[in-house]
Design a binder for this molecule. Structure first.
Ligand SMILES: *[C@@H]1O[C@H](CO)[C@@H](O)[C@H](O)[C@H]1NC(C)=O
Length: 245
């Protein structure tokens, strides 16, 4: 049995050259922070986002910082990325998922304060700041709208899906990408028209609670399947990993 003096001696022995104490306790698990819009945020009433549901499928604590109505640009300008950058500790994981409110053009007189610059502009690059201070960034493509709206399958992928993949490469700091759009689209194909339409009670963007849970499951499965690339969240998935697409 280890005595206190043995532990103390061991502690002193591993004290660094500058006399800084070395942690003898296990490090707290990383925290998973989520930055996004209403499709990720906790909703009220008829619809809700997937962010709260992902906690069912990972082994680490989740802090859902998603806010309805935000784009990557307005989230940045409101200081919300800066807030996350202040909160994260080394090895925490930040998922950034935008696109639903990012369309339009910022150049015109009727700029709505949300439209992003075309391509992977400053807003997305800025989010990589969280990476600089030691958190691990996962850029996630936006969720699809109801791809069976009107009954038949809608093809076409929003430009923000490609931007998200590109941003992950450009941000540096080892940012990774997950194609949440593709995962959910493939799940909708499996659910077919009636199954998919049943998840969208109010409009073609926001799902009910069952839809939010399924969109979270598709996220967990995409992380497990490395769609598209290995992310730092994979070791923290709960088993069994969902299989929805
Ligand atoms: C991710 O991989 C899937 C499967 O190979 C592919 O269909 C999809 O287009 C890829 N996503 C991006 C954004 O490249």
């Amino acid at each position: 049995m280890l005595s206190w003096s043995t532990i103390l001696a061991a502690g002193l022995a591993v004290t660094g050259a500058q006399g800084s104490p070395v942690e003898l306790v296990e490090r707290a698990p990383p925290i998973l922070y989520l930055a996004g819009d209403s499709t990720m945020a906790r909703g009220s009433g008829a619809y809700t986002g997937w962010g709260d549901y992902i906690a069912k499928y990972v082994t680490i604590p989740v802090v859902n910082k998603a806010i309805g109505g935000r784009s990557a640009r307005s989230y940045t300008n409101e200081g919300r990325f800066a807030e996350i950058a202040r909160l994260v500790k080394r090895d925490d994981i930040v998922v950034i998922e935008f696109g639903h409110n990012d369309g339009g053009s910022p150049n015109g007189a009727n700029d709505n304060g949300r439209s992003d610059c075309p391509g992977t502009g400053n807003e997305v690059c800025r989010s990589g700041k969280t990476g600089e201070i030691g958190a691990r960034v996962i850029i996630s493509s936006q969720t699809p709208n109801n791809l069976y709206e009107g009954g038949s399958w809608l093809t076409g992928v929003p430009r923000f899906v490609g931007y998200a993949a590109l941003a992950a490469r450009n941000v540096g700091n080892g940012a990774t990408f997950v194609d949440h759009f593709r995962a959910v689209a493939n799940m909708f194909l499996r659910l077919r028209s009636s199954g998919t339409n049943a998840l969208f009670p109010v409009d073609h963007t926001h799902t009910n609670a069952r839809g939010a849970d399924l969109v979270a499951q598709a996220f967990a499965q995409a992380i497990n399947r490395n769609l598209n690339g290995t992310t730092p969240l994979r070791p923290y998935l709960k088993n069994p990993v969902p299989n929805v697409f």
